[in-house]
Design a protein around this ligand. Structure first.
Ligand code: GDP
Length: 534
């Protein structure tokens, strides 16, 4: 049977109920607060405050986390699964700071939709805009939550106009705010003709919902002061005339975003947003791969690694590979093929991330995110299948834009430093090159703050104080070509040669002139700014 909305085969119920998404926002817009309320309504935590409390307990353990706190950035991303009504939500956390864009971009390859949170007073901010552009590259469906309506906010039409103009996407109001700041009463639910009233006394109480028959219903007079009601009627009428109507197909194609207004801290508007994600959000989508695409309903399991995190638990030196299942029904203990090395892997202790605790995953379906502890075999971009040689495509790798050399302040620790750096390279936290001549390492990152994060992590997780220093090199290129041609280049340019964590050869440059020279003198080799993640 074909699904009306998507014109695709109807998915097995377990897959069809899954909604895998990320939240994109500018720091401070309310992502953490909203996440917490999601988990609260999803029954994953009992009390608001737990997410933050856990976060802080973790943070006090280290200065690195202190830095995270001071700068208001979240460095470690994770995945959280919880049920809401008939749905299973998988929320993949995106690191918020712009310096972590590489990680964030990859995270967005693992989701089917994004919730965009904006601050009602600030509108579309820089980081939101950047993340939105990434979502746009994949035409990800976007649902918008305009937060902090309990504070003095901008005019509703202004906010909607700004989104339409700055992000070039149609906006349809799913709810309409009644008043703002101190006078904020709640919202008129434009999709279901309901009145949602906010309870200011109890922040964790879900809004009172009153069923009404359109905007002329007399019930409205009982709950809304006359002047506010007149304004609401006028605005909603205007909105219905001027703004596009809700259209699920347009949402799924990424050309229209429904917007809900609310206040995460007051638990207001959150349930309506969750209902929206469930009812209108996309089911697990087809995954692009080579040599063929992977459909979620395929009975065989396939999945791909979009993130690797080392040292999640300081007591265990394990790494967790975050795998997005692209198809099938996974059962614990399954043997999957690691396509890159063609080796079988028994997945005996996969974890699901329920709230902030890990739990053994007995089973998982297409759309789910599972964590696979491993000792470094699994890398970002790797595909796991039941045997077929499929390779998931579209996971970006970025050219390192800043290079520095790094040394252990205690030379006796150089060997340990190498191990630590290799691990971070595998996590995708940095590019690490070992120069062919001399000692030490060259580290390449996308944003300057990453050097500081790395220095803190190396010291905290490995006990090695390090120093980053300017390098004579400014950029790196991977060298590809027939062995003979590559060897010739390497032999005559040793002072420019380095090796990445896979042992692949890079040409380290100081000036564009270096690259031009190689292109001219070695027509049989090619230099590339990024290496395919595979
Ligand atoms: P994040 O940086 O996006 O994760 O934002 P947080 O969730 O940490 O929120 C940033 C600040 O805004 C915190 O002080 C929150 O308490 C506050 N905040 C979040 N939601 C609301 C809201 O609905 N109303 C008001 N007034 N403050 C909020």
């Amino acid at each position: 049977m074909l699904d009306n909305a998507t014109n695709r085969p109807e998915l097995p119920a377990e897959i069809a109920r899954r909604r895998t998404f990320a939240i994109i926002s500018h720091p401070d817009a309310g992502k953490t607060t909203l996440t917490e309320k999601f988990l609260l309504y999803g029954g994953a935590i009992q009390m608001a405050g737990q997410v933050r409390a856990k976060g802080e307990a973790r943070r006090t353990r280290s200065d690195f986390m202190q830095m995270e706190k001071d700068r208001g950035i979240s460095v470690s991303a994770s995945a959280m699964s919880f049920d809401f009504k008939t749905f299973r939500f998988n929320l993949v956390d995106t690191p918020g700071h712009s310096d972590f864009s590489e990680d964030t971009y990859r995270t967005l390859t693992a989701v089917d939709a994004a919730v965009m949170v904006i601050d009602g007073a600030k509108g579309v901010e820089s980081q939101t805009q950047k993340l939105f552009e990434v979502c746009r590259l994949r035409d990800l469906p976007i649902l918008t939550f305009c937060n902090k309506m309990d504070r003095e906010s901008r005019d509703t039409f202004d906010i909607i106009d700004e989104i339409q103009e700055n992000l070039a996407i149609d906006v349809t109001p799913a709810s309409w705010p009644i008043g703002m700041g101190r006078d904020f009463l709640g919202c008129y639910d434009m999709l279901n003709d309901r009145l949602e009233l906010m309870d200011r006394a109890d922040r964790n109480k879900v809004a009172e919902s009153i069923e009404i028959k359109g905007l002329d219903d007399e019930l409205l007079d009982q709950h809304i002061p006359a002047d506010q009601l007149a304004k609401l009627r006028e605005e909603v009428e205007m909105a219905r005339e001027l703004l596009p109507a809700f259209d699920r197909q347009a949402l799924l194609e990424g050309t229209l975003t429904p917007i809900w207004f609310g206040s995460a801290i007051n638990s207001f508007g959150v349930k309506e947003l969750m209902d929206g994600i469930g009812s209108f959000g996309p089911e697990p989508q087809i995954q692009s791969a080579e040599p063929r695409k992977i459909a979620p309903e395929e009975t065989k399991v396939a999945g791909f690694v979009f993130k690797v995190q080392a040292n999640m638990d300081p007591k265990h030196r394990d790494r967790v590979a975050f795998v997005r299942l692209a198809s099938g029904h996974f059962l614990r203990g399954m043997k999957l093929t690691h396509v890159r090395t063609k080796k079988p892997m028994a997945i005996s202790n996969p974890v699901l991330f329920l709230a902030s605790d890990r739990e053994l995953a007995e089973e998982a379906w297409a759309g789910d995110i599972i964590g696979i502890p491993n000792h470094g075999q699994l890398r970002i971009g790797d595909t796991l299948t039941e045997g077929e040689a499929l390779r998931v495509s579209g996971i970006p790798s970025f050219a390192p834009e800043l290079l520095q050399s790094v040394r252990a302040t205690d030379p006796m620790k150089a060997k340990h430093l190498e191990k630590a750096l290799m691990q971070f390279a595998e996590e995708g936290a940095a590019k690490v090159f070992k120069p062919a001549i001399g000692s030490g390492f060259i580290v390449g990152v996308v944003g300057a703050l990453q050097f500081e994060v790395l220095a803190s992590r190396i010291e905290l997780e490995y006990g090695i104080p390090v120093r980053f220093e300017g390098s004579q090199f400014t950029s790196a290129r991977w060298v590809n070509g027939a062995k003979q041609a590559v060897d010739k280049l390497v032999d005559s340019n040793r002072q420019h040669i380095g090796y990445d964590h896979d042992g692949d050869i890079v040409f380290l440059t100081r000036l564009q002139w270096d690259i031009d020279r190689i292109v001219r003198d070695y027509p049989d080799v090619t230099l590339t700014a990024t290496k395919e993640m595979m």
